[in-house]
Design a protein around this ligand. Structure first.
Ligand SMILES: Cc1cc2nc3c(=O)[nH]c(=O)nc-3n(C[C@H](O)[C@H](O)[C@H](O)COP(=O)(O)OP(=O)(O)OC[C@H]3O[C@@H](n4cnc5c(N)ncnc54)[C@H](O)[C@@H]3O)c2cc1C
Length: 298
């Protein structure tokens, strides 16, 4: 059997060919994934990774696609979605979640069970797997603060990583260079002394709505350079409102690029390139992308 038949024959795999992945990302631009699956079991993920490796097919995990810019030419490989792996549970005072759980729903679950520690991340439109991979953060909180262990498939092998092996840094981890699928994460949160209140995490979402534009985006496009803010540099370079085709820099937050209906990945990529050029010309600073490119851009 060939690659397609083998993948298609896996149990509960939800296989799609030429899947319009670009439209399912935060920016809603870009092309198709040649192969897409959304397995219901870890065993099926592991078998899919093994088959991809045996057939030399590039594979990549995907959560909600809120940090991805997919090329207009798409992705010539296998995307493995975590969207059917969403369970959350308590175990001996720890909170455990599968990688496909929505981050905000996981925070509600934790607070609802008397734990505290991730409230500031409420409202980031991520899966837990995506947030762990990127070590997402906001308002002084990062997702790795209370992680004790991550279980991931790496090089086809299911492995436990204790926190020190996860390589967490600013918007990066040992899993962000690719080739990994985060199955689950275990958190040891402080137990609260008083009953948790919904308003405590909800307030962060309101704060977020006050400083970030609504619309189609990938959140912050660039990482903050040490000791500075990318948004300050981009605004200082006069780029608020700058537009190419259907992609433009937000007037509200200069580190956000928004897209109109009909925008292309090339439009977004061109705005990114122009921002980098002008910020470098004005400040001598090279901005590093926080958004990740998927597929071919040059
Ligand atoms: C409106 C908006 C606001 C945002 N605000 C913030 C913010 O405040 N702070 C912040 O840090 N980010 C923010 N982001 C960016 C984005 O939500 C985060 O980077 C998030 O962690 C991405 O999660 P995801 O599930 O969408 O991952 P995806 O975009 O699907 O993937 C991102 C990366 O994670 C990898 N990945 C995803 N799932 C897995 C898995 N199970 N196993 C292994 N690797 C995996 C992918 O391969 C890819 O490399 C924002 C985005 C938007 C659109």
């Amino acid at each position: 059997m060939g690659f397609t038949e083998l993948i298609r024959s896996l149990p509960n795999v939800h296989f799609k060919e030429n899947y319009d992945i670009g439209q399912h990302t935060g920016l809603a631009v870009g092309g198709k994934a040649k192969y897409f699956i959304a397995p219901e079991t870890v065993n099926t993920v592991q078998n899919a990774v093994r088959i991809a490796q045996e057939h030399g097919v590039e594979f990549k995990a995907i959560g909600n696609g809120t940090n991805l810019l997919v090329s207009d030419f798409g992705f010539d490989g296998l995307l493995i979605s975590s969207k059917n792996l969403t369970m959350k549970l308590l175990d001996k005072g720890d909170v455990i979640t599968l990688g496909g759980a929505q981050l905000s729903s996981f925070i509600r679950f934790s607070v609802g069970n008397g734990f505290t520690g991730m409230e500031g991340l409420y409202g980031i439109p991520a899966t837990v797997g995506g947030a762990v991979c990127q070590n997402a953060g906001a308002f002084g909180y990062t997702v790795s603060d209370y992680i004790t262990e991550v279980v991931a498939i790496q090089n086809g092998v299911l492995k436990r990583f204790n926190k020190s092996e996860c390589g967490f840094g600013y918007r990066e981890s040992a899993f962000s260079s690719g080739g990994s699928f985060i199955v689950s994460a275990r958190f040891k949160f402080p137990k609260r002394k008083t009953a948790a209140k919904r308003q405590e995490y909800y307030a962060y979402r309101l704060m977020r709505n006050g400083v970030q534009p609504s619309g189609r985006s990938c959140g912050s496009v660039f990482k903050n350079p040490k000791g500075d803010y990318a948004a300050r540099l981009i605004e200082g370079a006069g780029m608020k409102g700058f537009r190419i085709g259907g992609a433009f820099v937000s007037d509200m937050h200069a580190n956000f690029i928004l897209t109109d209906k009909g925008a292309s990945a090339k439009d977004v990529y061109s705005v990114i390139s122009e921002i980098k050029k002008r910020v470098y010309e004005k400040y001598g600073v090279t901005l590093d992308e926080e958004v990740e490119f998927l597929g071919v851009f040059k």
